[in-house]
Design a protein around this ligand. Sequence first.
Ligand SMILES: NC(=O)c1ccc[n+]([C@@H]2O[C@H](COP(=O)([O-])OP(=O)(O)OC[C@H]3O[C@@H](n4cnc5c(N)ncnc54)[C@H](O)[C@@H]3O)[C@@H](O)[C@H]2O)c1
Length: 289
Amino acid sequence: MIRDRSSVVITGGASGIGKALAFRFGKEGHDIIIGDVEESALGITTSELRSAGILATGIVVDVSDIDSVRSFKDRIFSEFTPPYILCLNAGVGAGGPISESDILDWEWVLGVNLWGVIYGLNAFLPFMQEKNNGHIVITSSIAGHLSYPNMGIYNASKHAVLSIAETLCYEMQEKSSDVGVSVLCPGLVKTNILDSDRNRPEILTSNDSLNESNDDDGRKEAVREIYNLALDPESVADLVFKAVQSKQFYIFTENTFQDAIKSRHRDIESARNPTLGANLVEEHLNDTH
Ligand SMILES: NC(=O)c1ccc[n+]([C@@H]2O[C@H](COP(=O)([O-])OP(=O)(O)OC[C@H]3O[C@@H](n4cnc5c(N)ncnc54)[C@H](O)[C@@H]3O)[C@@H](O)[C@H]2O)c1
C-alpha cells in the first residue's frame, strides 16, 4: 500500500548532516526515508527517529552503485508517494596531495560524492518533474567553491556537484518547473566525515591509499581539533529546512570562507594567477578563537 503523505528521502541519512536533516524534516510530520551504506548505523538512526515519534524507514543503499540506487528508488516508489524532498547528501572525504593520490582514491570519492548524485538524479528527477513539485537538495561544500591544496579529489567532487546543482536550477527555470533546487555548501560541521574510511570498500583500497599515509594521519588530527569547534549538524539542518521553504538556492552555513571565495572570483574575473591565500585550517582557527 502506498502511503499518501509527502516524503523526504535522504541519502547518507544514518550519520552527521543527513541524520540531522532526518530529524528536522521528521519533526514537520513528513515520512522520512533514509538511505545509507552503513547498515548498523542505519538501524540505530531509524530506531532513534521512531523513538522521537517520526515515521522513519531505513533502506540500505550504496549510492555509488547504479543497481543499488535503482532498487532503492523502486522500493521507495512501491511504498511511498514520490519524494517531495530529495536530499542527495551521502559523501566521503579523503585528503592528500594530487601527486600522491591513487586512482582508487579518485574512484572511491568520485563514486560516492559525484556518481551518487548523478545516480540519485537519474532515479528520482524524472518523477519529480512529472509531478511538477518537490525540492532537491544537493550537498556540495565550501570545497565546491574553493580549491585548497591537499583536498584535490574532494574539491573536484564538490565543484562537480555544485555545477550540476546550478545547471539543474537553470533548467528548472527554463522549463518553468515548480521543482525547487538548493545546493548545501557547508563549512566545517561536527560529523563523522573524518572517519569516512569506515565505509570504504576493500576493492577500492590500496596500500598507497591516501587515508593510510602518516602525512594524512597528521593532517586528519589537525583538522579533527578544528572539527571540535565546528558547527553542529542540527543548525545546518535548520538552515536547509528554511532554505527549502523559501526556495533559496545557495545554502552557506558560515561567513568564514566568503573572503576567500570573493578573492577566487576576482582572480577569475581578472584572469590573474591564483595565489595561495591564508591556510584553511589557520584561517578557521583564528576565526573561531
Ligand atoms: N562535515 C563537514 O564538515 C562537511 C563539510 C562540507 C560538506 N560536507 C558534506 O556533507 C555530507 C554528509 O557528510 P557528513 O559530514 O554528515 O559525514 P558523515 O560521515 O557523518 O555522514 C555521511 C554518511 O554517508 C554515508 N555513506 C558513505 N558512503 C556511502 C555510500 N556509498 N552510499 C550510501 N551512503 C554512504 C555514511 O555511511 C554516512 O552515514 C557529505 O556529502 C559531505 O561531503 C560535510
